[in-house]
Every structure is written in structure tokens, then in C-alpha cells.
Design a protein around this ligand. Structure first.
Ligand SMILES: Nc1nc2c(ncn2[C@@H]2O[C@H](COP(=O)(O)OP(=O)(O)OP(=O)(O)O)[C@@H](O)[C@H]2O)c(=O)[nH]1
Ligand SMILES: [Mg+2]
Length: 466
């Protein structure tokens, strides 16, 4: 399909700039160079040229680059024109190319052609888009890893292991009379377990990659009047939430997004957790609990002037609501208490407990601040940046999409079924079928088994000229 026509697009952003790039890809690229420049530039060399209209008048002068197929981004014959970055000039160049037989490219069509010609896989193409959209250096690093094939390489490694396993299981179907029943030997069981662990590891890294792109959901929770809405307003830099001294002011979830260190933080203010006074508050508290369970990070606000939190108990309580979700306790209203009073509030949890040999539980970290005066809020911001940024420092984090996570989850579920079927039923045909589904799920990530519709959907979200 892509061999049929030649596409053209402005690859640089709209507006004025020193340079603007027009990109052409398809079988007519060389012929267009002949007509537009009066000659064909030496392959892969930047050549100074005058870009001419049909009547020979100069549209602009700039650099032309010809990438003969297959050594180009798309794998097709390609031409790049580096002109001056004015909208009229660039538009005139595009119109001239259209007159010469090109058609305007759809969004993402250059990447789509690169995929169709086997230059990159889907996960890499998505890495390119994520790199362009990256809101922080952390997100950019993860995206460049995906673009260069880090995510794809890990999927391929999983597929290689899976293939070896499938060969073994299929052999059990084909040679059922073997001495050793193949499904009972340890190798299939350990192979399945190893594969599951590897998928789990990739899911973790992909999950963090998704957060880099989509941001962290930070839920502000705590008892009524602790100062949750005040903290929300402080972090938002705006009066987004109603603050009063009436406990139970906030009844619904309130959302506001901010950028912290380049990573989007989706703040959620919630109703104070207590025995509800009426049906509205009860619903608010139900929603608060649901939000806590879905959070990437919970800030549990405590009114330090009136309460002396038991960090261990709080940690246990929150862990029950939201297993595995990191928790930070915010000791608010420190403007109301002096340093001595503050030291006293910490005493019950301080080290040197009466039972020195007892294991010390991991206590949630704790930040003292005043949402009213702003004192200490910088420390909380640093904590939030660390939560977002700690994900970038590791080389294993790759930029990823929800659809990658969903595919990995499906792969994991089918592997779980394969394990169960092998153990409980022992039917190699059923194990083989589950493994085939695992293979298909993994193949969706790189685009080997991706439907046309999904491909269209993926590329439509790219920019024009990419
Ligand atoms: N002195 C002082 N007062 C604060 C601070 N933060 C909040 N307050 C006051 O505490 C009261 C409750 O604040 P909110 O922010 O509405 O508390 P909340 O946790 O959202 O309360 P609910 O929505 O009712 O659950 C208000 O009167 C605030 O002005 C602080 O850091 N210092
Ligand atoms: Mg509130």
C-alpha cells in the first residue's frame, strides 16, 4: 500500500523559525528532487540548492537531502528540504510537491511506513512519539530507551523463552507415548515460573514508564479538618478547594493537576475519613477510600496541633486500604505548635523503644509543614519530585503505554492459566493453547499481532510529519 503514493508534510512545528523542514517519502521522491532542485542531490549528503516553482521562480534556497530506499527512516525513497521557517515559504514548498504528485501525509504516516517496512516496531514508534511529548528529562530518557528498542528487546527475550517452552509442550502432544511424560518434568514448571517472573519484572518497569508519561496520582487523605484542602490549594498555587473550619467541608473528590519537576502530578483532595454524618458525606468517604486504593502516592494529613499520630498504626491502616501504595504522613499546622511541642509529638515513634530487640517496622516517612504559612512545603515538593524522578534513574525504566501494560497483564493471566492447567489437568493441548495466547499478547506490544484498527489508532495520535 505504501509503495503506491508519495507523501509530503511539514515536519517542523507551525509558526515562524530559522529553519523549517519539509519531508517527502515515497517512490516519486527522486523525481520530485529533479523537478524542484533541477538536479538529484548526492545520496545522504546535505546539498545547497534553490527550490524552484513550476515557472522556475525561486521559492527559497536551502539544504536538500536525498535518502534512497531502503536507507531512510521510512525505508522508502525520501527527500528532506531544509528551508527557511516561514509558514508561507513552507506551504509553497508543500503545494509545489503536491503539484508534482505528492499527497499530504496523515498524522504519524511516516512512522507508520517505517513500521510497515520493518524499520521499527510499534513499541519503538511509540517511543519516538513519547520522546517528542516528554515533559521531563526523566520521561525523555525512558522514551529514548524505548525508541532504541529496549522495550522491544525485553519482549523478544520473553518470546524466545516462550518459544522454547512451547516446543516442549507441543512435543508432549505429538509424542504422548514417551517414557517421561513431558508435562510432568520439572522443566516445563520452572520454565513457566521463570517466564512469569520475567513478565512481572517488565510489568513493573512498564508501569513506572506509564507514570512518567501520564504522571502520578497523589491522593490527599486524612481526618476532617486536618488541612487537606489547604494543602491542595498550597500545592496548586490557587484556591481550588473550599477551606473552612467546619469539619466535613469537602464531600466530593476534587482534582487538580500540576507539573512538579516536569512530571504531571494529579492531585486529588478527598472527604475527611470519619463516621459519616449523612448520606452525602458517606458517599464522599466511600469515594475517598476508592481514590486512596487507586493512588500512586498517598499524602495522609494530620493536624499536628491536635493529634499525635501513631505512624506504625497509620501505615498499617493505609496499607490495608491501598496495598503497596507509598504513604507519606504530612504533619500539618506546625505554625500552631512550638519546636518543643513538636518533639513531644514524635516521641511515641522515636527509636529507643522499650523493646530494643523487637523488629523495627518500616514507618512511613513524615513531613512537617504548615499549609497556611507554606513553611516546610518545599520539603514535600522535594518528596514529590523524588517519587516522580526516582523512576527515571534506573536504566530499566522504559516509556510505556497503557496498552503495553494491558498486553502484559493478559500474557500474565494466560501464563497463570497454563500453570494451573498443567498442574491440575495435565493436558498438553490446553497448556499449548494458553501459551499461544501468551505469545499473541506479547506480539501486540511490538506490533506482530496487532489489528489494523489498533495500528490506525496508534498512529493517528502522532503529529503530522512524524
Ligand atoms: N493554623 C493553621 N491552620 C490550618 C492549617 N491548614 C489548615 N488550617 C485550618 O484548618 C481548618 C480546616 O482546613 P481544611 O483545609 O478545610 O481541612 P480539610 O482537611 O480539607 O477538612 P475537611 O474538608 O472538612 O475534611 C481551616 O480553618 C484551615 O484554615 C495550617 O497549616 N495552620
Ligand atoms: Mg477539605
Amino acid at each position: 500500500m505504501s509503495e503506491l503514493d508519495t507523501i509530503v508534510a511539514i515536519a517542523t512545528p507551525p509558526g515562524r523559525g530559522a529553519i523549517g523542514v519539509v519531508r517527502i517519502s515515497g517512490p516519486a521522491a527522486a523525481r520530485i528532487a529533479d523537478a524542484l532542485l533541477g538536479h538529484r542531490p548526492r545520496p545522504r549528503y546535505a546539498t545547497l540548492a534553490t527550490f524552484r516553482d513550476a515557472d522556475g521562480a525561486a521559492i527559497d534556497a536551502g539544504l536538500a537531502l536525498h535518502f534512497p530506499a531502503p536507507h531512510s527512516f521510512t525505508g522508502e525513497d525520501s527527500l528532506e528540504l531544509h528551508a527557511h521557517g516561514g509558514p508561507v515559504v513552507l506551504d509553497a514548498l508543500v503545494q509545489r510537491c503536491i503539484a508534482l504528485g505528492c499527497r499530504p501525509a496523515r498524522p504519524g504516516e511516516f512512522s507508520e511506513r517505517a513500521f510497515l517496512n520493518g524499520k521499527i516496531d510499534i513499541a519503538q514508534a511509540e517511543g519516538v512519539a513519547d520522546l517528542i511529548d516528554a515533559a521531563s528529562i526523566a520521561a525523555a530518557r525512558a522514551a529514548v530507551r524505548s525508541m532504541q528498542g529496549a522495550l522491544s528487546a525485553r519482549v523478544h527475550a520473553l518470546q524466545a523463552e516462550l518459544t522454547a517452552l512451547r516446543v516442549r509442550v507441543e512435543a508432549a502432544i505429538d509424542f504422548p507415548d514417551e517414557e517421561v511424560p513431558m508435562l510432568d518434568d520439572g522443566e516445563v514448571a520452572t520454565g513457566l515460573a521463570r517466564l512469569r517472573a520475567a513478565i512481572e519484572a517488565l510489568r513493573n518497569d512498564a508501569q513506572r514508564g506509564v507514570r512518567l508519561v501520564e504522571g502520578l496520582t497523589v491522593v490527599i487523605a486524612g481526618k476532617p479538618n486536618a488541612g487537606k484542602s489547604s494543602l491542595m490549594n498550597r500545592l496548586a498555587g490557587d484556591e481550588v478547594a473550599i477551606v473552612t473550619d467546619v469539619p466535613g467541608t469537602t464531600r466530593d473528590l476534587l482534582r487538580h493537576s500540576v507539573l512538579e519537576g516536569g512530571v504531571p502530578l494529579h492531585l486529588v483532595d478527598t472527604a475527611g475519613l470519619r463516621i459519616a454524618g449523612d448520606a452525602i458525606e458517606a458517599e464522599g468517604i466511600r469515594r475517598a477510600r476508592a481514590a486512596i486504593a487507586r493512588a500512586d502516592l498517598v499524602l495522609y494529613v494530620v493536624d499536628a496541633a491536635h493529634e499525635d499520630p501513631d505512624r506504625g498504626a497509620l501505615g498499617t491502616e493505609m496499607a490495608a486500604l491501598a496495598p503497596g501504595v507509598p504513604l507519606t504522613i504530612v504533619l500539618n499546622k506546625i505554625d500552631l505548635i512550638g519546636v518543643d511541642a513538636r518533639a513531644a509529638t514524635r516521641r511515641p515513634n522515636s527509636p529507643g523503644a522499650p523493646f530494643p530487640s523487637a523488629p523495627v517496622p518500616v514507618l512511613p516517612d513524615c513531613i512537617e509543614l504548615s499549609a497556611r504559612t507554606g513553611a516546610g512545603v518545599d520539603r514535600l515538593r522535594a518528596r514529590l519530585r523524588a517519587s516522580a524522578g526516582e523512576q527515571s534513574s534506573e536504566a530499566s525504566v522504559v516509556s510505556a503505554r497503557r496498552r503495553h501494560l494491558e498486553a502484559l497483564e493478559r500474557a500474565d493471566a494466560h501464563l497463570g492459566d497454563a500453570e494451573r492447567v498443567r498442574r491440575d489437568i495435565g493436558a498438553p493441548e490446553l497448556v499449548a493453547e494458553e501459551l499461544r495466547c501468551v505469545q499473541a499478547a506479547l506480539g501486540e506490544i511490538t506490533g506482530e499481532f496487532t489489528s489494523e484498527d489498533l495500528l490506525g489508532e496508534i498512529f493517528r495520535n502522532f503529529c503530522i510529519g512524524k
